[in-house]
Design a protein around this ligand. Structure first.
Ligand code: TYM
Length: 332
């Protein structure tokens, strides 16, 4: 079975609709066809300042949400990044293989560091994509299910994997991004020219999965559309309406063309009302399940212990190979 690996940051508290539709939904689907490794990336989270207590709570909350979304520890390996020290260990080697210029071209770093200023930007934020390379290569992943905003990081991973293999001999699987066209980029409800994101979206533009479903429904009903009246999928000219259609299509499993037909002669209000209902009906049980997993810390931590053990078995083997290839003297 081909292998997939992906990760999500624990920083945000609630996942948002972009995280779910762009990534987590695919993680759930891929469990059956792939050998799947999924993790909560707490090492990545500390590239910006974190309160220790909050980070710990956010890590468990992220795991609870992944379980509530449908990850099944019997069918995938679910773990916390810091429980597998090999990530940091291989990360160092990857740091030494990546060019400063190459890392400087990462758009996510440029955006985030521009916002924080040089003084507020850690070196960790700069090398963030390089740790991500280690995350992926440690598991010899064939595919990496992510949203469009992670494509550049996966491309860099490919480059560095090829570089390592050329320099030291065949060691790593060169991974491919797994990004769905329909949901790879979910847009902000208030500004459909930008992606939905915790940091950039206004509160009204962002649908948090753990919010009161009534609040989310209201945000959807007041989503920005355009001055036409026709419900048509046309991301370039009608980004707001197209975003709503993409979300509705994915959550209901109805083709966009069918939705367009169904809404012929109807106004934007009808589309928004329907989507608001679909999202709140999805979110209510998701919230309840998340709370259930969160209430049972013992079970949750046991899942993570087992996940870390399974992950380490794979990661340790790859790390040993890589260290050997690089020329490190084995410890006796
Ligand atoms: P993170 O935590 O920012 O986001 C988690 C996943 O959600 C996707 N995503 C979106 N997809 C569609 N539309 C949106 N508006 C949207 N917003 C977020 C992201 O693309 C991502 O797939 N660097 C990663 C975490 C990471 C990782 C890895 C991923 C660390 N190591 C190894 C894959 C493999 C990140 O910050 O994701």
């Amino acid at each position: 079975r081909p292998r997939v690996l992906s990760g999500i940051q624990p920083t945000s508290g609630s996942f948002h609709l972009g995280n779910y539709l762009g990534a987590v939904r695919q993680w759930v689907a891929l469990q059956d066809s792939h050998d799947a490794f999924y993790m909560v990336v707490d090492l990545h989270a500390i590239t910006v300042p974190q309160d220790p207590k909050e980070l710990r709570a956010a890590t468990r909350l992220a795991v609870a949400q992944l379980l509530a979304a449908g990850l099944d520890p019997e069918r995938c390996t679910l773990f916390v990044q810091s429980h597998v020290p090999e990530h940091a260990q291989l990360g160092w080697v990857m740091n030494c293989l990546t060019g400063f210029g190459e890392a400087s071209r990462m758009t996510q770093f440029k955006d985030k560091s521009a916002k924080q200023g040089t003084a507020g930007t850690s070196v960790g934020l700069f090398t963030y994509p390089i740790l991500q390379i280690a995350d992926i290569l440690l598991y010899q992943a064939d595919q990496v299910p992510v949203g469009e905003d992670q494509r550049q990081h996966v491309e860099l991973t490919r480059d560095i994997a090829e570089r390592f293999n050329t320099r030291f001999g065949e060691t790593f699987t060169v991974p491919a991004p797994y990004i769905l066209k329909e949901t790879g980029k979910i847009y902000d409800l208030q500004d459909p020219s930008i992606k939905m994101s915790k940091s950039a979206s206004s509160p009204k533009g962002l649908v948090n999965l753990l919010d009161d479903p009534k609040v989310s429904a209201k945000k959807i009903r007041s989503a920005v559309t355009d001055t036409e009246t026709v419900i048509r999928f046309d991301p370039e000219h009608k980004p707001g309406v197209s975003n709503l259609l993409s979300i509705l299509s994915t959550l209901t499993g109805t083709k966009i063309g069918e939705l367009e037909q169904g809404y012929e002669g109807k106004g934007y209000g009808a589309l928004k009302t329907d989507l608001a209902e679909v999202v709140s009906e999805w979110a209510a049980p998701f919230r309840a399940r998340t709370q259930d997993f969160l209430d049972d810390t013992e079970t949750l931590d046991a899942i993570l212990a087992k996940g870390a053990e399974k992950a380490r078995a794979v990661a340790a083997e790859t790390l040993a190979q890589a260290y050997d290839k690089v020329g490190f003297l084995p410890a006796k």
